[in-house]
Write a protein that binds this ligand. Structure first.
Ligand code: NDP
Length: 329
């Protein structure tokens, strides 16, 4: 028997979240069974815990889009009992039972060996949000971003993606400007390495002008929506925006194609869910090299399974700071 957070949806639409002791026979099919040590809370987890956004179709469901743990049993030659592993993506926690439980059973293809130099707890402090921030920084650098090009903007800076992106970029020598709607988080963001704090209201809507002053050499965007439309008008010639999230909405209201045509701006889509194995390994290795662990510690708020229903509501309201690490045991 093991402990799991089960989300259920009744016929009348009522959603419940309960912690239950369940048997291993209820685990889904897969070739590796993992004793989960830690999971995390990402924006998508907020949707799955609340059974909103249409991500979860089958109930009861165990959410948790990422986890780190130790292999208990494996029918795949790549993994053996005792191996430490990390999982993000592949619709685990959405279409497949996830990490908000003491055990998970998944496909070996979805796992990545825990990178040397990172503990299971640190891996989940990074989690899907931080892993995706690393993918975004890698994509920007693959498209020519260098510290000497100028300041880099991070939107949704006090959130999970934004916090990790800020710390990685600052550590790599970039001048970072963080956009936040929470003025009280300015010191937190400066400690992570942001040199400028921009109030959310300043970038909330495009001005109506197709181009504004060239300001940003790059951008990690966790907000999307109208803010992304505005940011595009301020990008420097030939620079790139890594589009990661939609915390501020999906529709790019007020956007025009002019920044692409007249300034050669690139909009780089970042998907963490279906990333091929080699790039996952590359990103985890870069996290070990580029993310200072003291800064990571400063972002972490520890939590237990029983706190997740409340935290799941909070993250959808943009009220969670940094990264939540869930000790499932
Ligand atoms: P968080 O809630 O931790 O961070 C989002 C941040 O965005 C908030 O903290 C807040 O920052 C800001 N924000 C929230 N609402 C608004 C709003 N209405 N307008 C402007 N800013 C807002 O979530 P995560 O960091 O976990 O995820 C961020 C986004 O990235 C989500 O949309 C998520 O789905 C997406 N994502 C995408 C992935 C991919 O593979 N592409 C992987 C992981 C995440 P502040 O308070 O500083 O303003």
């Amino acid at each position: 028997m093991f402990k799991a957070l089960l989300v259920d949806k009744a016929e009348d639409g009522t959603v419940s979240q309960t912690i239950e002791e369940i048997g291993e026979d209820r685990l889904p099919e897969g070739d590796v069974t993992v004793a989960v040590a830690y999971s995390t809370l990402n924006y998508k987890d907020g949707l799955c815990v609340n059974a909103t956004g249409g991500l979860v179709r089958n109930f009861p469901h165990v959410p948790g889009i990422d986890f780190a743990g130790t292999v208990e049993d494996s029918s795949d030659p790549r993994y053996k009992p005792g191996d430490k592993v990390v999982l993000t993506g592949w619709r685990v926690g959405e279409a497949h039972w996830g990490g908000y439980a003491q055990k998970a059973r998944v496909k070996a293809d979805w796992l990545v060996p825990l990178p040397p130099g990172l503990s299971m707890k640190q891996a989940m402090a990074v989690g899907t949000a931080g892993f995706t921030s690393m993918l975004a920084v890698m994509a920007l650098e693959d498209h020519g971003l260098r510290p000497e090009n100028g300041p880099v903007l991070v939107t949704g800076a006090a959130g999970g993606v934004g916090s990790v992106a800020t710390a990685i970029l600052a550590n790599r020598g970039y001048e970072v400007a963080g956009v936040t709607g929470r003025a009280d988080q300015a010191d937190y963001l400066k400690d992570l390495g942001a040199s400028t704090i921009i109030p959310r209201a300043e970038l909330a809507e495009p001005s109506g002008k197709p181009l504004e002053r060239e300001t940003w050499a790059g951008c990690v965007d966790a907000v999307g929506g109208a803010m992304l439309s505005k940011v595009l008008t301020q990008m420097k010639y030939g620079s790139s925006v890594a589009a990661v999230g939609l915390a501020g909405g999906a529709a790019m209201t007020g956007a025009t194609v002019v920044p692409f045509l007249l300034r050669g701006v690139n909009l780089l889509g970042i998907d963490s869910v279906m990333q091929p194995f080699e790039n996952r390994q590359r990103a985890w290795q870069r996290i070990v090299e580029d993310l200072p662990m003291a800064k990571l510690e400063a972002m972490v708020r520890p939590a237990t399974l029983s706190e997740l229903p409340k935290l799941g509501r909070d993250i959808l309201k943009g009220q969670v700071k940094g990264r939540v690490v869930v000790d499932v045991n």
